[in-house]
Design a protein around this ligand. Structure first.
Ligand SMILES: Nc1nc2c(ncn2[C@@H]2O[C@H](COP(=O)(O)OP(=O)(O)OP(=O)(O)O)[C@@H](O)[C@H]2O)c(=O)[nH]1
Ligand SMILES: [Mg+2]
Length: 429
């Protein structure tokens, strides 16, 4: 993707120069700094920022005072003057002192990747839960950056545009922010309890949960919409979805599952955000099956898949059965298609191809269907027979003297749940 710039100018728009510092430490992470920078451009544009230019520097370690080297600070000042920038956005996380020093030296608004992501989330939050979680993440990010901030406090919290925690909330001191954090956590606890009640109800109703997860912009919401006609927000931008949306999906064969769309993941997802969004992300933990949606056309496909897997691991959901959906194959080059892994658990799809949608529901049905087992039930154990009909799908019934032989399809969860009653009746031959 080319670095895009815009010519249109509005009064309120942030006009930014992006800055990337590649240190030895970053090189060791294996993340391509150029791809990361491309992503930063997308993030900035998503936040409504006009990207004017990009500056890069290679340096063993960051400068403790300026983050970038002194000479680069000068270069940034000249570029900002020449292009009329009012903001500099750094691709790596800055300390509070570095932000302050740069702001004073350059008279530019200084923002780092984390703050930019938090700003985008702030603009997206719609539900009470989402709004509380974002503010909590913003304040947690801000708090350690306030030391010695004095009167400049409100300036730091400004963020992109007029969003962010807002000046009114930040004009007081750290103690007030701590109080606010405590209050937000209390409110969040309440909302979380309500969410847990809903979840509990769904669990009791025996609903099978399927979660759409994946890197931001992979096509999760598009798939939810295509599969269930849900009226959800879809945009070619990062973090279009913030709050989980659930819809009933009917599978081939008539079985129904609850399909949930979730917030997209991204590399270096701010830690405060993950912590604050734990309740929302727990929807993923509850899932019986994870549909991992991948943008197969992305040059960062492999890195993105790894990032998603590591976040799933952090959430404790790495053991949940998973189907990988390689989406957007209509945008793939032939060579990209060839490189995609094949086999069970993988599907190559386009969200807009109805045949692929059918293949998805078939694969979900297969995955949830589980294995078939043979049971031998004595004629006087009608209780066990009816349990089999209730929890499994009886495929075949035959009679052998006083016993009834059943061939039953039973998924793993139901077998785990009812095994203590059924195990004695499994027919080994
Ligand atoms: N060409 C093509 N575009 C697709 C396909 N699936 C989704 N898109 C487009 O990709 C963009 C992102 O789709 P979304 O469904 O919003 O992606 P998401 O994964 O929900 O993204 P976030 O909510 O931001 O995490 C939209 O412009 C979709 O129209 C596909 O199979 N082919
Ligand atoms: Mg979405």
């Amino acid at each position: 993707m080319a670095i895009t710039t815009h010519d249109t100018e509005t009064d309120v728009q942030d006009r930014a120069i992006l800055v990337s510092l590649v240190t030895d430490k970053i090189k060791r992470t294996g993340i391509d700094p150029e791809l990361s920078l491309q992503e930063l451009v997308q993030l900035a544009e998503t936040a409504g920022v006009e990207v004017l230019d990009v500056l890069r520097q290679n340096k063993e370690t960051p400068d403790s005072r300026w983050f970038i080297g002194k000479g680069k600070v000068e270069e940034l000042r000249m570029a900002a003057d020449a292009l009329g920038a009012n903001t500099a956005i750094f691709d790596q996380e800055l300390s509070g002192a570095q932000v302050r020093n740069l702001e004073e030296a350059l008279d530019l608004k200084i923002i780092d990747r984390t703050q930019l992501i938090l700003d985008i989330f702030a603009g997206r939050a719609k539900t009470r839960e989402g709004i509380i979680q974002v503010e909590l993440a913003q304040l947690s990010y801000l708090l350690p950056r306030l030391s010695g901030q004095g009167k400049n406090l409100s300036r730091l919290g400004g963020g992109i545009g007029t969003r962010g925690p807002g000046e009114s909330k930040l004009e007081t001191d750290r103690r007030h922010i701590r109080d606010r954090i405590t209050e937000l956590k209390r409110q969040l606890d309440e909302v979380v309890k309500t969410r847990e009640l809903h979840r509990e109800r769904r669990r009791k109703a025996g609903a099978v949960q399927v979660a759409l997860v994946g890197y931001t912009n992979a096509g999760k919401s598009t798939l939810l919409k295509q599969l269930t006609d849900a009226d959800v927000y879809i945009e070619n931008q990062l973090f279009a979805t913030l709050d989980p949306t659930s819809r009933v999906l009917e599978l081939a064969g008539g079985k129904e599952v609850v399909l949930t769309d979730t917030v997209g993941f991204i590399q270096n997802l701010p830690h405060d955000l993950v912590a604050s969004f734990r309740a929302t992300l727990e929807e993923v933990n509850e899932a019986n099956l994870v549909l991992h949606v991948v943008d197969a056309s992305s040059p960062m496909r492999e890195e993105q898949m790894e990032i998603v897997q590591s976040i799933l691991q952090d959430l404790g959901a790495s053991g949940t059965p998973q189907i990988v959906l390689f989406n957007k194959i209509d945008l793939c080059q032939p060579v990209q298609l060839e490189m995609l892994p094949t086999g069970t658990g993988y599907l190559k799809i386009s969200a807009f191809n109805p045949e692929d949608l059918t293949r998805i529901t078939e694969m979900i049905a297969d995955e949830l269907a589980g294995d078939t087992l043979n049971f031998r039930i004595p004629g006087d154990r009608g209780d066990i027979s009816s349990l089999l009909y209730r929890v499994g799908e009886v495929l075949e019934t035959t009679y052998d003297e006083n016993d009834v032989l059943y061939n039953v399809r039973l998924n793993k969860e139901d077998y785990d749940k009812w095994g203590y009653m059924l195990a004695d009746f499994v027919d080994q031959q």
